[in-house]
Design a binder for this molecule. Structure first.
Ligand code: NAP
Length: 254
């Protein structure tokens, strides 16, 4: 594979599984040095590390549900490398429970955890890394959002809201940071074949989920990773501020 990311250092959150793991693997094949965050799945993170191309990749544990974690995590990551060229905010959670089944205590707990991991930690990490990028001459931030931000998430309201907030954050950051050669992109996938979607895809409704797309299937993680790789390569400054749908025509927004 062409080494189009040789010399680039990429920090990716949630790299132990799913979309993050496929992305870390692909970007390492393209020559990048990977700093990969994981939370609970050390074994999966170690397995992924051993599958990366090249040497010197770094893995770091951090739980983004804790509001005090991000600053320490970012400082530690920055202390390990000369500079971070690309930040990929991929870690996320999806908690599904119907409105009628929730009591207020559960509602609040799901809301707080989801917003903390999917939105607040992304905002804080992006702020710190963008300050670093500003000093080091620029960079790219790629946020992994969701189709749910547009289509609605009737059984995961906090998730939908967190991703809509992430879309807005990315657009505002793109405007705020373009003059410093920092470009911000958002990707909004529909269902992807990962652990996050496993439960839904294995249930009886799995078939109707696949049939939301005229392709009759959901996305493979590599299809998201390939789009991230395209954004990471550097030939697309004018895409800054964009939200890119990858949903197999399952939901076409105007
Ligand atoms: P996944 O397979 O469930 O993997 C989630 C990743 O996030 C794991 O590496 C996990 O780390 C990490 N993570 C979870 N909670 C964390 C926490 N508290 N602190 C730090 N890291 C944490 O999910 P995925 O499907 O690859 O999703 C990746 C992104 O794509 C998410 O932002 C998701 O919202 C978005 N997305 C997914 C789909 C889909 O259908 N799969 C659709 C649209 C958007 P550990 O395993 O080490 O704990």
């Amino acid at each position: 594979m062409e080494q189009t990311l040789k010399g680039k250092t990429i920090l990716i959150t949630g790299g132990s599984r799913g979309i993050g793991a496929a992305t870390a693997k692909l970007l390492s094949e393209m020559g990048a040095l990977i700093i990969m965050n994981y939370n609970q799945n050390k074994d999966a993170a170690l397995k992924l590390m051993s599958s990366l191309t090249g040497k010197g990749h770094i893995m770091m544990q951090a739980d983004f549900s804790d509001p005090d974690t991000i600053e320490k995590f970012a400082e530690q990551a920055l202390s390990k490398v000369e500079k971070i060229d690309i930040l990929i905010n991929n870690a996320g959670i999806y908690i599904e429970k119907s409105f009628d089944e929730l009591d207020f205590a559960e509602w609040k707990s799901i809301w707080q955890r989801t917003i903390e991991i999917n939105l607040s930690s992304v905002a804080h990490l992006s702020f710190i890394i963008a300050k670093h990028m500003k000093k080091s001459g620029g960079g790219k931030i790629i946020n992994i959002s969701s189709r749910g931000a547009f289509r609605g998430e009737p059984n995961a309201l906090a998730y939908g809201a967190s991703k809509a907030g992430l879309n807005s954050l990315g657009q505002s950051m793109a405007k705020a940071l373009a003059a410093d050669d920092i470009f911000v992109y958002t990707i909004a996938p529909g269902f992807v074949e990962t652990d996050m979607a496993k439960l839904a895809l294995e249930q009886a409704r799995g078939e109707s989920i696949r049939n939301q797309s005229p392709l009759g299937r959901v996305a493979e993680p590599i299809e998201i990773a390939e789009t991230i790789a395209f954004l990471a390569t550097g030939k697309n400054e004018y895409l800054t501020g964009s939200i890119i749908d990858i949903n197999g025509a399952s939901y076409l927004r105007m």
